[in-house]
Write a protein that binds this ligand. Structure first.
Ligand code: UT7
Length: 348
């Protein structure tokens, strides 16, 4: 049994905000942001756009590709996606920036809008590792029931709406976007998602969190709220955790033989697709692991950190530009709030 990616898609809001644009609003500079993170710009959703809107677009693009359409015509795209919609059994949407708090899941909103009438739908909260967790969750749900064949896995975020603009160490890092894949259960051998490792270290839960609004810290009647729900991060703590998380995950993925593939060496790997949080984090881990720079796919310069969406956006960019070839061995590695981390081994 294999779990193959048969379609990829992404959706990035057209509004591009450069470091200099931000520097005109808050006390920061292009020089600081680039030198500390590798970020050059990020894309922000319009006021009317929520997480599900980006998730739906990414999903439709992935579904259309699964139906054989990769063109730019929206009507043709929707027609192709509609062919696939009734065949989807599961929708998993990873996000930290859901349309609504708690319920309904953003996945249910996507399910309705894309017409996936037979699909079960749920969200995953695993911070920036959400897509890595989502692939394994979807594969597991496909595996246990012979009647389930296809899953849609989405990472979608509108982080720009949950920033504290007085916290310049955090707000410059994040952007909006979504990526999606269609996963299909097949009888192929040595293809698709071969192995996934998932980890959590909840002792670091306060290093990256949204403190307000939950049952730990509910809003109180009469309270004056001058800062909305926002992402709070201890940058240094997350940085140190992240370098270790990448190193541990890649080492562990390569450590034990993979069924059908044997031992994985750096030479076998075509691409490592890391979560795009900070180019310096990836560089530090890469040096520790002694893996050449060109094995790592990076696009943080354009999109900044889109949390659960960075890995599926990267996969779609690589896929559509022809960088990913059939048979390529791809390692993903994610890390983020929770704290969580993990990675997948995929034969493309
Ligand atoms: O998706 C996973 C979640 N996130 C991450 O992986 C992020 C992990 N952490 C990081 O990437 C880094 O810790 C940051 C990029 C967030 C911060 O970099 P840093 O080198 O650790 O900077 P710092 O927080 O130690 O701050 C150094 C200086 C401070 O000034 P002083 O006190 O030395 O005068 C900050 O006030 O840089 C200042 N600073 C800024 N200056 C200009 C912090 N943010 C900014 C800014 N613009 N945006």
């Amino acid at each position: 049994m294999a779990f193959e990616i048969i379609g990829t898609g992404r959706a990035v809001p057209p509004k591009k905000v450069s470091n200099n644009d931000l520097a005109a609003q808050i006390d920061t500079s292009d020089e600081w942001i680039r030198s500390h993170t590798g970020i050059g710009s990020r894309h922000y959703a319009e006021d009317t756009v929520a997480c599900s809107d980006l998730g739906i677009e990414a999903a439709l693009n992935a579904m259309a590709m699964a139906a054989g359409y990769t063109g730019e015509n929206p009507a043709e795209r929707d027609k192709a996606a509609a062919e696939i919609a009734p065949t989807i059994d599961i929708i998993i949407l990873a996000t930290a920036t859901a349309d609504y708090y708690g319920t309904p899941s953003t996945a249910c909103i996507v399910q309705d809008k894309i017409g996936a009438k037979s699909a079960a739908a749920m969200d995953i909260t695993a911070g920036c590792t959400g897509f890595v967790y989502g692939l394994e969750t979807a594969a597991g749900l496909l595996a246990v029931n012979p009647e389930r064949k296809r899953a849609l896995v989405i990472g979608a975020e509108v982080l720009s709406k949950l920033m504290n603009w007085d916290d310049r160490g955090t707000c410059v890092l994040f952007g909006d976007g979504a990526g999606a894949v269609v996963l299909e259960k097949t009888n192929a051998e040595n293809k698709g998602i071969l192995k996934t490792l998932l980890y959590a270290d909840g002792s670091g839960n306060e290093s990256l969190l949204m403190r307000r609004g939950g049952t730990r810290n509910p809003f109180k009647k009469g309270e004056v709220i001058d800062t909305g729900i926002c992402v709070e991060m201890n940058g240094q703590e997350v940085y140190n955790f992240a370098v270790g998380a990448i190193s541990t995950t890649i080492t562990a993925l390569m450590e034990s033989p993979v069924e059908g593939l044997g031992n994985i060496t750096v030479e076998n790997i075509s691409w490592i697709v890391p979560h795009q949080a900070n180019a310096r984090i990836v560089q530090a881990a890469r040096r520790r692991l002694r893996i050449p720079e060109e094995k790592f796919y990076m696009n943080i310069e354009e999109y900044a950190n889109t949390s659960s969406a960075t890995i599926p956006i990267a996969l779609d960019e690589m896929n559509r530009s022809g960088k990913l070839k059939k048979g390529d061995l791809v390692l993903t590695v994610g890390f983020g709030g929770g704290l969580t981390y993990g990675g997948n081994i995929i034969i493309w």
